[in-house]
Design a protein around this ligand. Sequence first.
Ligand SMILES: Cc1cc2nc3c(=O)[nH]c(=O)nc-3n(C[C@H](O)[C@H](O)[C@H](O)COP(=O)(O)OP(=O)(O)OC[C@H]3O[C@@H](n4cnc5c(N)ncnc54)[C@H](O)[C@@H]3O)c2cc1C
Length: 604
Amino acid sequence: MAEFKTHAHDVLVIGAGGAGLRAAIEAKTAGADVGLVCKSLLGKAHTVMAEGGMAAAMGHVAPADSWKVHFRDTMVGGKLINNPTMAQLHATEAPDRVRELEAWGAIFDRTPDGRILQRPFGGHTHARLAHVGDRTGLEMIRTLQDRAVALGIQVYMECTVTRLITGADGVRGAFGYWRTTGRPVAFAAKATVLATGGIGRAYTVTSNSWEYSGDGQALAYEAGAELIDMEFVQFHPTGMVWPPGVRGLLVTEAVRGEGGILRNALGERFMWKYLPDDRRTEYAETDEEATRWVTALSRGQDTDARRPPELSTRDNVARAIYTEVKEGRGSPHGGVFLDISYLPAEHVKRKLPSMYEQFKELADVDITTGPMEVGPTTHYMMGGIRVDAATGQTTVPGLFAAGEVAAGLHGANRLGGNSLSDLLVFGARTGAAAAKRARSVDASPYLDPVQVQGATAALAAPLDRSEGEDAYAIQRDLQEMMGRLVGIFRVEADLDEAIGELADLRRRWQVVRAAGGRAYNPGWNLVFELGNLLTVSEAIARSARQRTESRGAHSRLDHPAMDDASWGGQNSTVARAADGSMTVRATPLPTMSDDLRGLLSGAH
Ligand SMILES: Cc1cc2nc3c(=O)[nH]c(=O)nc-3n(C[C@H](O)[C@H](O)[C@H](O)COP(=O)(O)OP(=O)(O)OC[C@H]3O[C@@H](n4cnc5c(N)ncnc54)[C@H](O)[C@@H]3O)c2cc1C
């Protein structure tokens, strides 16, 4: 067996994005000895890419806002299959978590009277997103990182975890390797927190970075945890479509939040015709009312005008754009036009500096003088590891999860801005619960040598093979297949075909070969990420097949309506390992208190 070192901690946090950092800070503050592992450099997590802001009902721009309205918006956006307790905790605690971030040094954009400025986003009744221009994630990660370092949290960078080590009492730690050298490393921990983010790399067109390979979901699944609602993949309506090298790169919803107008090739403002009938009254009646709303917004004022149709929920806008393109009214490069150039150039540059630079640098388009071309891109995973609402505890003892890797808060569709606040609220709660669990465990857990040996052998296998495909070819085929068969619109025959193709892809993956050595070898690193992508893709395809209705981000052409009669009482799909294969079944939602139910009266 290759030589390796074992590091012991009370709490091991895997993932150093917003959720992982916030969990680590809370656990450390509660007195735990914390180790924080990330597979890239500290500060490079996905959170740093977040642009538009974090949702919290502080009421600085819209005094009528409250946690109750935020709760209702989140549930309505999630098509009522969110975990209601998570939605309540999120809505009530987000304002304090944002203020805490400010106290730790985050510098937000300001209202004229000096309070944290809030901007509107799709599906939010009020202007609710605390933001820093369109670089909110950068400010968030910088602040959390400074705090984590100041607290003396031990960070292990460029270290990929490939396996959780279990025992009769649950998860006891993790095993992985250093990307720099390829050498193995182990961690013994009394409590382990997964905060590894999403799965976007299962698709070709995505706003996600290379890090989003579903590692945490697959690690948890293999350790016996349950994955819920995996069919709900969010396709963000606005990614870049041109040039090809940046296809999928996010165009923040803040562009629409600041007044961006969507038009098709005929110049039609097409979102008017896609507003769902039951939500129609929440949106402006005319262009004139929408313009009044934008004008008030740009002055930081409240208004009685209703929001523009472009601020419908993401699932709806993505389907609208997809349909416009499919029916032949798309832009030259297969998207639609998003225009903010009717606003003063200085305002656009101040509110959307990254978008201005992104389009200037990458597409040679000046967004202050002309429209952007945009189309849907795989963006966010609503499904993930099943957790207890209050503690982030998974169904496996000793294992916790927070952030995008965990599921429940967002139901069938996440509202923009609700992720960054999710990371803060549930990162903190999970860190506290993990520290508490660690206090209840006496000694540093013993790591089963058989499991460690198996994980070590798995690392070596692709390098030792003298022939076999490389991981890139299999990943390309996987991504192409997922876009073709498990994309925005789904039908049973496609999903069956996808499940069959996934079995073939896994067979190819089992004999994959990596050329070269262990140090800085991305082809070898991809082997393990690809295995995880195959697991989460199977969970997505099987869960999508199981859910015979359309709801939120999951659109079945063969079951186009929301089917509360069949799905009303058993609203989550649950994927888990059983006898070496994956099973998916429906399971009842957590019950909702009458008080919360009252807040949803009339919602559907
Ligand atoms: C371009 C873009 C813009 C966005 N804008 C917004 C926004 O304005 N508002 C909003 O609310 N949401 C936004 N989102 C979504 C939001 O940014 C993410 O959902 C959120 O940042 C996820 O945070 P996280 O802490 O769960 O994961 P991440 O920030 O991705 O962190 C994951 C961490 O896990 C580590 N990791 C992963 N696998 C392993 C492994 N096997 N071993 C060790 N470490 C591992 C990574 O290295 C990383 O440190 C945006 C997303 C994108 C892509």
